[in-house]
Structure formats: structure tokens, C-alpha cells
Design a protein around this ligand. Structure first.
Ligand SMILES: Nc1ncnc2c1ncn2[C@@H]1O[C@H](COP(=O)(O)OP(=O)(O)OP(=O)(O)O)[C@@H](O)[C@H]1O
Length: 264
């Protein structure tokens, strides 16, 4: 293939969107996560599962820039994100990356209206026209099944499920390419969880999102994740296609996890 032909393809799908190599984070003598490596391809959903204390949150917080790993590399679109300038980091976090917290209060501004929560993130990427921002916010509230007449209400007046859907709208309004999710359905009633999962699945599919999702709930990854990574004591013990791992687990720990013998 000549150089001209390569140019046609550019960066498109020739490299992973996210490439993680040897990521390690210790808390003193204790291991948070150790030597974690994986690639995430555009449009792929990777589920990270494991019992409490297995290192899922540590890994996610290092990936999303909430903590700095002790060792390892994180490449996003080929760029070393640990070497980015502050300004470049902020740009990434404002638009291209999104983070859905387990507790919507951690991802929303509770004193700002629902429309303001969505509009604020849009403004962070340069949107300035009030009418256009409000129209986009209204559209996004609709996409997460929040009635347009709630646009001026504060999230504190919303149910837990609505707050979580609003947090999702706030995150996705900028059209991020990479979304981190930390137990997005945790702490919700079972029926609310089912509706949220359905919504998330539709959005992920329609928008072609690349997602890293951490959960202890295997039903969540069964529905959402293309591929699974199983963690134990900070290390990856098994990876594979979701159905393969759940239906035919190879590692003893995964077998326990799947048979629900482990308290996760
Ligand atoms: N801030 C911290 N200081 C010290 N040790 C920590 C800290 N955060 C996590 N750890 C330790 O790191 C290891 C991994 O914990 P982590 O919270 O990442 O696991 P997890 O799989 O996300 O668990 P959970 O599902 O309960 O959140 C555990 O041994 C934990 O005690």
C-alpha cells in the first residue's frame, strides 16, 4: 500500500482508541492494581468485573485521570495521556472523554437546573448561543426520557433514576468518543436499573461509543459489554468475549464469580 492510500485511512480503526500498558498503582505496600494491559477499540464496550477490593475502581480512576499510576502507559488515539499538558487534559475531559459516576450527585451540579447541567458541559466545548444550547439540552433530556417541562427543575427534585439519566445526558451531550462508567446502575431499584440499562444500551449502540464500564453486577456486563476483563487482587486473571467468559469461564476465580459463590 502506497503512502497516498494510507492517507485515505488516516487514524481510522488502524489503532486502538485506548491502549493501556502495564498500569500499576500502589497504596503504600498495598496493591491497587498491578500490570494491567488492554486495548479498547473504537465502538467497543469493555466490562471490568471482580469482587470488592479487586482493583476495579483504582484502575478506572487511573484511566480517567483522577489518580496518577505509579507505572505504565495510557495511549489515547496514539497519544501518551500521562504526558499531556494541563490544558490538553482539560480539553479532553471537557468533551472527548466522559465519566459517569455511580452516585449522580458526584457528576451533577445539584444547585443548577437540569437544562443548565447539560448546557454547562456544552459551553465547556465552546457553545455560546443561548437558544441553541437550550434546544440541544431539551433534545438530550428527551433522549434520556426526561420530560421537557422539567428543564428548569434542579436535580434535587428528581428521583435517583432521573438523576442518573440526567448525568448521562450531561456526559453525552458533547459527543464524547470514550466514556468511563463506574457502577452506573448501582444503588438503584431493580426496575429502575432495568430501564436505565435499556437506555444505556440504546445510546451506546446508536452513538457507537467506546466504553470502559466497571461493575460488580454480571447482568450489567452481560447486557452492555462486548468484552470482559476479570480482576482479582489488582491483577487481570481472565479476559475474553463477554459470553465466552460468562458461559465458559476458564480461571477458577471467574468460575466462582459466575457461580455467585463469591460475594461481589
Ligand atoms: N485510597 C486508598 N488508600 C489505600 N488503599 C486503597 C485506597 N483505595 C483502594 N485501596 C486498596 O486497593 C485495593 C483495590 O481497591 P479498589 O477500591 O480499587 O477495588 P474495587 O474492586 O473497586 O472494590 P469496590 O468494588 O469495593 O469499590 C484494595 O486492597 C483497597 O483496600
Amino acid at each position: 500500500m502506497g503512502a497516498g492510500e494510507l492517507g485515505i485511512f488516516g487514524k481510522m480503526k488502524l489503532q486502538p482508541l485506548l491502549s493501556v500498558q502495564g498500569l500499576t498503582k500502589r497504596y503504600g505496600a498495598r496493591i491497587g492494581c498491578a500490570d494491567v494491559s488492554f486495548d479498547l477499540w473504537p465502538g467497543e464496550v469493555l466490562g471490568i468485573v471482580g469482587e470488592s477490593g479487586s482493583g476495579k475502581s483504582t484502575l478506572l480512576s487511573c484511566l480517567a485521570g483522577h489518580q496518577r499510576p505509579d507505572l505504565g502507559r495510557i495511549l489515547y488515539d496514539g497519544d501518551d495521556v500521562l504526558a499531556l499538558s494541563e490544558a490538553a487534559w482539560r480539553r479532553l475531559l471537557r468533551g472527548d472523554w466522559a465519566y459517569v459516576h455511580q452516585n449522580p450527585r458526584d457528576g451533577l451540579r445539584m444547585g443548577v437546573s437540569a437544562g443548565g447541567n447539560v448546557g454547562e458541559r456544552l459551553m465547556g466545548t465552546g457553545a455560546r448561543h443561548y437558544g441553541a444550547i437550550r434546544a440541544t439540552a431539551t433534545d438530550w433530556l428527551g433522549r434520556v426520557e426526561i420530560a421537557a417541562d422539567r428543564i428548569d427543575d434542579r436535580p434535587s427534585a428528581f428521583s435517583g433514576g432521573m438523576q442518573q439519566r440526567l448525568q448521562i445526558a450531561r456526559n453525552l451531550v458533547t459527543g464524547p468518543r470514550l466514556v468511563f462508567m463506574d457502577e452506573p446502575t448501582g444503588g438503584l431499584d431493580v426496575s429502575v436499573q432495568a430501564r436505565l440499562l435499556d437506555l444505556l444500551r440504546g445510546l451506546v449502540r446508536d452513538l457507537g461509543l467506546s466504553v470502559v464500564i466497571v461493575t460488580h453486577d454480571l447482568a450489567v456486563v452481560r447486557l452492555l459489554a462486548d468484552r470482559l476483563m476479570v480482576m482479582k487482587s489488582g491483577r487481570v486473571v481472565e479476559t475474553g468475549l463477554t459470553d465466552q467468559v460468562l458461559d465458559d469461564p476458564q480461571h477458577g476465580y471467574t468460575q466462582l464469580l459466575v457461580s455467585s459463590v463469591l460475594q461481589v
